[in-house]
Design a binder for this molecule. Sequence first.
Ligand SMILES: [Fe+2]
Ligand SMILES: [Fe+2]
Length: 394
Amino acid sequence: MPERSVEPWLRRHAGGVGFEVAAVETDRAQLVWADLPEGAHTLRAGRRALVLETAGGPGSFELTDLAPGSRTEVRLEVGEQTLRRVVHTLLAPPGPSRFRFATISDLHLGRGDRQYRGPLAHRGVDEPPEGVPVDDAGVPARQLINARAAVDEALAWGAEHLVVKGDVTEETTAGTWDQAASLLGELPVPASVLAGNHDTGGLAEFDPFVGAAERGLRLTRGVDHVDVPGLRIVLVDSTLPGSGWGAVARHSEAAATLAAEAGSGVFVATHHHPQRFSVPVFWPHGIPGPDARRFAGAVVAANRRVLASSGHTHRNRRRSVAGMPWTEVAATNHFPGVWAGYEVHDGGIRQVVRRIAAPEVLEWSHRSRHAFGGAWALWSTGSMADRCFSLTWS
Ligand SMILES: [Fe+2]
Ligand SMILES: [Fe+2]
């Protein structure tokens, strides 16, 4: 970790304890802090006063019973300091709510100490959670712990379907796909799984589509779809085996046909993000802009009621590609450590990106925010409008 770091600035900017509104929904907000001293602290939200008992370090609090479309000032009293934040809740999309589902991506199961140094190095634990493998140094499979917590929290939120948007594994090996099977094989809800460039990379020990199938998991080949109440989920494989690049224009016709025949709104899931240009202007490279625009243009021409979402960049963003709203949602495997929830209405869809709140995951994801001298936290978080919004079908 370099000595010259923007992290001190970030900490000052966030009031010393890194207190922030991480997510908003129609009636609630997720409040997260990076480093709150041990003890009891008063949290005031509008006219309510609550006491937060904290053990020190990072943590989170679910502020509930808020009115949709409302503004609430939140004040956290820490010693002599009062930290003020404002919560703006969302209005629900038009029409009744039909369905909830969740997405996770970039689990990178099997990414271990070899890839992390300094503040990001994995640490041993006294008692790893049940079913989590431990390496020779006593270090548990951190990425599996993170992903499992994300899935548990998404299910508790009410997700009735899970979409996994690729980079399930760091590299395709028997061990990493065994972990994937232990995570996704016995869920109480159906799971749709896409491959990412890490799964199909040149170091793969076997064909991940075959290896996943042998473990009871079905990785989407080409284009697939699932119909749920009020929505068609279209799954698009953007990987090119052995390459980091993504490509989706080849799937335009199939995806557009599925969108045209949906009779409802459509959610398009891919692994790779759309680049603005043919050449990448940041790492990692994704789908070249013209390829992405050809795909998006075809889908949106077939059905204007559409939202697309990808992983791969490990950051949160929202933009429009040829008229199609397209979000990028960050990873489970390091800061900010998130999953996304979607509530489907007749007249639109609502996205919320939530930090994984399990204390041991929050502690680790907070530590990993220091990557690249703290610049990673600035880059990956995105704005609230990137993460949490209601989209009305046009
Ligand atoms: Fe990834
Ligand atoms: Fe990726």
